[in-house]
Each structure stands twice: as structure tokens, then as C-alpha cells.
Design a protein around this ligand. Structure first.
Ligand SMILES: Cc1ncc(COP(=O)(O)O)c(C=O)c1O
Length: 299
């Protein structure tokens, strides 16, 4: 709760001291105003991190934690050079890199872990959700060989009632086997690409579609009132009346049997990894209808 920048943490104010946040590599809305991610120090990764490290003193920083593809906050796929650049900067200063793969891991992006898309091996990797689709509560923290060796001499003095719970772990092993047997990653990659291709075709008749992004079955469409200015359909973290165009779309979709989730002006399209092409096309046909609600706000 302390580490996340998700506005839900405002509700708990459980902030522990010593946390410094970085900006997201939000290519569509570069935090530095650049249209080309190569020109943006935040989207490049290393330069933005390096600047923060200079302010904070790199010797005082234990770790950098990030989601390789930011999930809740809009399915933000970084440029290809981003994660390697962050990893290199961490290495340069002896700072650990922690990849939070709770949403992006276990096949969601078409690879077992999203960090594999960029050949980055974090020092610590966290996972949950997709490890067994949540049928039994299970979360993991995996560490590199170097850290594991170190932990042999300096055990982590923690104890959790359910750590290593045999039933939960067995469900994880079974889920991984089933995903291998059914080629869930291959399906997520193939149908996910078809989905983004079809969304691109739909964008021609929906001015509200500003950006389509994702990998595998981890996709989002960012909605705008105007494609030129990229004015957001609803404000960041909108709630109540401010979020009306989004909530109306969700309700209209639900009435037609399609569950959609959203945050701010981004609809997340994250169906099961084993979705059939037919079901995916059916879902998009419902989406095609309800997007007209957002189109009505375009100018
Ligand atoms: C990206 C991300 N990290 C961490 C968590 C927390 O994971 P857990 O509930 O397994 O502790 C979540 C939960 O939704 C998440 O989405």
C-alpha cells in the first residue's frame, strides 16, 4: 500500500517513510511533453531514474520496484529500451530491481513473465493472480540465485501462517502444467494480436479511441474526446458524474453480457488466456456497439 502510486492508497494513508516515486513511461502522454519516447527522459528509463537517484543519494536506495507493464493505471507498455535501461542503472548503483508481476505475470502478456519481453532478469519477482487464477490464495516472491545464496546466511526473519502452503502450491503447479499443455501463452499471444488488430480496424469508425496498446491478453484502449489534442474522455481517477461516459459504457456492455473494467479513461481488455477467437470477436462486437456512447462526447 505504501509503494503504489494508485490513488486508492489515499484512502489508507498507510505510507511508510522512505518511498520515492518515479513517473510512468506513459508513451501516449509523455510526462515531459515529448511525442517521441526516445526524446523523453522518463520514457527512456535510466535518465529519469538517475536524476531521482542524484536527489536522493543512490547509496540510500535499496531497491527499485515497478510493474514491467503498468496494469491498473492504464496498461502502460514501455518502449523496448525502457526496462533494460532501468536495469542497467540499478546495476550501476548496486540497487536491486524488483518486478511486480502480480498482474502481468504467468502468461498474461504471452510470456511467463512480462520482464522476459525485454530479457531483463529482476533480482526479486513478485507474483500472484495468474499463478493459479486465484482459485486458492497464492502469492510468490522469487529471488535471484545471488540473493538466494545470501539468504542462506542471513535468513529473512519473517513467518507467515500460510507460507509455502502445500495445497495452494499444488494448485499453482497444476495450473502451470495445464497452461503448458493447453499452450495458454501461445493462445494469449495469437488471439491478443488479433484483438489489437481488430481494435485498430474499429478505431476507424470510433473517434473516441485514442490509443490501443498491450501485449498478449493484457490490453487497453485509451479514450479521448479529440484525437488531435488527446483530451481525455474523463479525468484521471474520475468518479461519480465525472466518470459517467465510462460507467455508462460498462453498464451497457454488462447488459449485453460483456464485463469490462476501466480506470480513468482506459478500458482494460484482459480476457482469460484461453479465450477462443470466436468469443473474443463476440466481445469486441459488443464493445463496438457501446463505444458509440463515448463517440457522442467527441468533438
Ligand atoms: C500490480 C499489483 N501488485 C500487487 C498487488 C497485491 O497483490 P496481493 O493481493 O497478491 O498481495 C496487486 C493486487 O491487486 C496488483 O495488482
Amino acid at each position: 500500500m505504501s509503494l503504489t502510486g494508485d490513488p486508492r492508497h489515499h484512502l489508507t494513508r498507510s505510507d511508510m517513510p522512505g518511498v520515492v516515486r518515479m513517473l510512468d513511461p506513459y508513451v501516449y502522454r509523455s510526462p515531459t511533453g515529448h511525442r517521441n519516447p526516445q526524446d523523453c527522459p522518463v520514457c527512456q528509463g535510466g535518465p529519469h531514474l538517475e536524476e531521482i537517484l542524484q536527489y536522493e543519494n543512490p547509496n540510500t536506495i535499496a531497491a527499485v520496484i515497478l510493474e514491467p507493464i503498468v496494469g491498473t493505471n492504464g496498461i502502460l507498455v514501455p518502449p523496448d529500451f525502457y526496462l533494460p535501461s532501468i536495469a542497467e542503472t540499478c546495476r550501476k548503483y548496486g540497487i536491486l530491481l524488483i518486478c511486480d508481476e502480480v498482474m502481468a505475470g504467468y502468461g498474461r502478456t504471452g510470456k511467463w513473465f512480462a520482464s522476459e519481453h525485454w530479457n531483463v532478469e529482476p533480482d526479486i519477482l513478485t507474483s500472484a493472480k495468474g499463478i493459479n487464477s486465484g482459485y486458492v490464495p497464492l502469492g510468490t516472491m522469487s529471488v535471484s540465485k545471488d540473493l538466494a545464496d545470501w539468504l542462506n546466511d542471513y535468513p529473512l526473519p519473517g513467518g507467515l501462517t500460510y507460507a509455502g502452503h502445500p495445497l495452494a502450491c499444488a494448485s499453482g503447479v497444476a495450473a502451470i502444467r495445464a497452461m503448458e499443455e493447453e499452450d495458454a501463452l501461445g493462445n494469449a499471444t495469437r488471439v491478443g494480436q488479433l484483438m489489437r488488430d481488430q481494435l485498430a480496424a474499429m478505431a476507424e469508425s470510433h473517434p473516441c479511441i485514442g490509443d490501443i496498446r498491450g501485449k498478449g491478453m493484457f490490453n487497453g484502449i485509451e479514450q479521448v474526446k479529440n484525437r488531435e489534442t488527446r483530451e481525455m474522455l474523463v479525468p484521471f481517477a474520475a468518479r461519480g458524474d465525472d466518470a459517467a461516459p465510462m460507467t455508462q459504457m460498462m453498464k451497457a456492455a454488462m447488459d449485453k453480457g460483456l464485463y469490462l473494467s476501466f480506470f480513468s479513461n482506459v478500458i482494460r481488455l484482459t480476457p482469460p488466456l484461453n479465450i477462443t477467437e470466436e468469443d473474443m470477436r463476440h466481445g469486441l462486437s459488443v464493445l463496438d456497439e457501446v463505444l458509440e456512447i463515448a463517440d457522442a462526447h467527441c468533438h
